[in-house]
Design a protein. Structure first.
Lengths: 222, 229
């Protein structure tokens, strides 16, 4: 399973390095979301600081939809859809590989976005560790649920429009919990983020486990 | 002789439609069988069922001694399918595509460069993006994957499609090499004039069943170099 996961993740990341879709399209889109919200909130620092965590996670959520769409599209031609199955790859390995590749792309994107939040919104981080852990765990959850719903919609003609409709409501707990943990990391009382961090952990664990179990049947059905 | 493929009353559905309607088919190990028939006769369905991609829902189906109905994923690593559309990633190079497909099937990728030379995709072409290749060149990449993986059963769906005269000669040469090494080949083709000389047996399908089985025109090369029909 792990060998297959590394193989698939390596392949997806290599494709991204060549095509640069995430770098040239998804990253500018996410930065644009931050900038536009900064304009909308006006020049006062107060509302911007208050809104910064939520806007960061909204930008990440939208970027995740695009990254998952790209990851699914790579396997959507007639040949490649069958190719992974015909090769006899472990479906759990394929799921973990695709999830890992999406997660890594999102982590790099989040590093840029965090810089953007600090720059545009003028926030001060009191607990950088909490911020990093929440981002990593939240990203793992988003990538897992995205890859799962990407597989669910992959065989459908309307997958591009259906995926956001399916994914955004399901990923809402990440938006909520991620925002709360970030608020705690920006404030002086970091422990207030603990319950929300646990929610992020549970979300990631549930969807990673679910994906390992049901990705195979989804792949066969698509 | 042991059977590489053994179907007895095998049924497979595509949606509600019976793509295989209780088919009986035996292919001996090392044999080259050409499947012919009209569109929708079940040629591609036989190949996809043998590859473990189309579930057999009724009857008995064994490929290389493995029960397809219970262990389809295990069969997938033992067979190689050359389908209508090659499984290529346009953003990867030719060599990367072949290397990925070979490793994904659990085979060693150390022969990839030699095989690419053999199919005429060496030199600069091996570093080209797959997206820039012609249909014939994409077909050659898929052939390279088959040769580099060296599965015990080759399943070829319209292998002549998109290949030029040189490509078709290459296909025959690769097939001869594989058969000499004991590989079993099941080949579906509309171009029976091209395919019959390759076949030990020509099987005609209609409505998802075998309706005829005739001797092919393949001439086997004996160790001394003599040919036998």
């Amino acid at each position: 399973m792990w060998r297959d996961a590394l193989l698939v993740a390596g392949k997806d990341l290599r494709i991204e390095l060549r095509s640069r879709v995430v770098l040239n399209q998804v990253a500018p889109f996410a930065v644009l979301v931050l900038v536009l919200f900064a304009f909308a909130l006006g020049p006062q620092r107060g509302p911007m600081v208050q809104a910064a965590p939520g806007l960061f996670w909204v930008a990440v959520l939208f970027a995740a939809v695009l990254a998952v769409q790209r990851s699914t599209a790579v396997e959507s031609t007639e040949g490649t859809r069958d190719g992974l199955r015909a090769a006899g790859l472990d479906p759990a390995g394929v799921f973990l590989g695709k999830t890992g590749a999406v997660a890594l792309e999102l982590v790099v994107l989040e590093a840029f976005l965090t810089g953007g939040v600090l720059l545009f919104y003028g926030v001060t981080v009191h607990s950088a560790g909490l911020l990093v852990v929440a981002s990593l765990v939240g990203t793992a959850g988003l990538a897992a649920v995205g890859t799962l719903y990407g597989a669910l919609s992959s065989g459908l003609r309307v997958r591009e429009t259906l995926l956001p409709l399916l994914l955004l409501p399901v990923a809402a707990p990440v938006l909520l919990a991620g925002t709360r943990v970030w608020q705690a990391a920006f404030a002086t009382h970091a422990t207030a983020g603990d319950p929300w961090l646990r929610l992020l952990l549970v979300f990631a664990a549930v969807y990673l486990a679910l994906g390992v179990v049901i990705f195979g049947p989804l792949q066969e059905a698509s | 002789m042991a059977s590489a493929v053994s179907f007895r009353g095998a049924v497979a559905l595509t949606g509600q439609f019976p793509a295989l309607a209780g088919i009986d088919l035996d292919v001996a190990a090392g044999e080259v069988v050409v499947l012919q028939g009209a569109n929708g006769a079940g040629k591609t369905s036989v190949l996809r069922a043998c590859a473990g991609l189309l579930p057999v829902t009724d009857g008995r189906a064994e490929v290389l001694g493995v029960d397809l109905r219970r262990h389809a994923p295990r069969v997938r690593r033992l067979v190689g399918l050359l389908g209508h559309a090659p499984a290529l990633y346009d953003d990867l190079t030719v060599a990367e595509n072949v290397r990925f497909a070979v490793k994904a099937a659990g085979a060693a990728a150390d022969r990839v460069d030699d095989v690419l030379e053999r199919v005429g995709l060496g030199g600069r072409l091996r570093r080209s993006s797959a997206g820039r290749l012609s249909a014939g060149q994409r077909r050659r990449v898929a052939l390279a994957v088959l040769v580099a993986r060296a599965p015990r059963l080759w399943l070829l769906d319209e292998p002549h499609a998109a290949l030029d005269a040189e490509g078709r000669s290459l296909l025959v040469a690769l097939l001869d090499d594989a058969v000499r090494d004991g590989t079993t080949v099941v080949l579906a083709s509309h171009e029976i004039a091209e395919a019959a000389p390759l076949a030990d047996r020509v099987v005609t399908l209609a409505g998802g069943r075998v309706v005829d089985s005739a001797r092919g025109e393949r001439r086997r090369v004996l160790p001394g170099g003599a040919h036998v029909a």
